[in-house]
Design a protein around this ligand. Sequence first.
Ligand SMILES: [Zn+2]
Length: 502
Amino acid sequence: MASAPRIAVGGILTECNDFGGVPIDLEAFERFELRRGDEVLGARSGVMGGMLDALSGRGATAAPLLFGSTSPGGPVTTECYEALRRELLDRLRAVGPVDGVLLALHGAAVAETVDDVEGDLLERVRGLVGPEVRVVATLDLHAHVTGEMVRFADGLLGWETYPHVDTYTTGRRGADLLLDAVSGSVRPCMALAKVPVLTGAVNGSTEGDGPFATLMRRAKALEARPGVLSTSMFLVNPFLDRPGMGSGGLVITDGDPDTARREAAALAAEYWERRHDLEPEMSSPRDAVRAGLGIEGGPVLLLETADACGGGAAGDGVACVAALIELAPDAPSMAPVVDPDAAAACHAAGAGAPVDLRLGHRVDPRWGEPVEISGVVETLGAGRFAYRGGIWEGTVGEMGPTAVVRAGGLRILVSTHPTYEWQGEQFESVGLDADGAKFVVVKNPMNYRIAYPGARAAIVVDSPGPTPASCRALPYVRMARPFFPFDDDIKGLQPEVFASSE
Ligand SMILES: [Zn+2]
């Protein structure tokens, strides 16, 4: 190519939950990250930072579109998705002819009226730029990758790590693959293979020797082979309820469809073999507190994974709070609860004031009853904090008006908005220190590992909620049986394969 390639960049990055949580609206993106036009070029970290650095490093020109990301929640509202999509496509039209399109997506976003946001977006982008312009997208490894996404993209690349510490480098990898394809030095040929396995994320770490770590290493080893351009492993976000969900592998080769198909199918078959290892061991909240009391020192982490804001839950569960009040009322403990009404009541009462609260399950009442708390408002705040590292390095998260309420030994961080948990930034921002705590209630299945490396123990709690450690508790309607964990054996099962048409 004679002149510098011109690459349109943009994306919509969020993850959805069909069983609970607060619907994602435009305000949720505005509160988190919504960059329009040239503002996209200001991204310095995360996936977009990696894309931009790689493009400029190779002399390509970025034509910025729109990039929005936000903490997971219920399905994106129709109004919000249509507004973001319209603006992204309008900007793509307005930037004129490009040599390639590079999109930072999640893969497990749905809208109220769209089952497959990323497939829809890729189809429309493809419709605008035509079949000759190369289109590459990056995805979360929890993506619900569909045949449409494979059909309308030239390349799809997932994060390689969980916890997700490689978003920047995956952004770079996506840009490199796209530029190689644009220059004609490679001809990406993609195959996705899935098996119907839906599991929670507790055993999904890519570190150590767990089942998903082993699968990921097996997939990544293929990249050393000549002609293999990229491999991804996907542990599908199991908190969607859409047709055709599954987990497996995606392989991109240089013009070799047979190898792509064969290796992707082999990865998916291996995934099926490891399905039982991905299921968690769990304790009831009360058993978890009792077990923690039997452990010397702290902190003991109570993993209330069913209420993970990072999986789209409302964060308003109180199962562990109730168990702590009943069984360990004086133990120094800390717990997060999203409850806008309680946060407002605390702000009205003022710092130092006693409060009686009915706390929890007021945002998403489907999953439990509030708990009665008599305590004292210790501190009040505006709820802003900055993420350190990961997907949102440097991005300001907004919990909205917050309060720390003390009841016996328990300090509860009451916030207004749900926010993705990463390294304990929320607790730190209100002065709560896990080091002095006996119990810390953690509402994520994985990132606690980087947030609390010194924890004495981490106990997975079996509580009601839309993001449980095992999917057995979820009332799927649209995801058709048979699938694991409901169906342990499926006669004649073969991985489902979707391949690019080349
Ligand atoms: Zn993820």
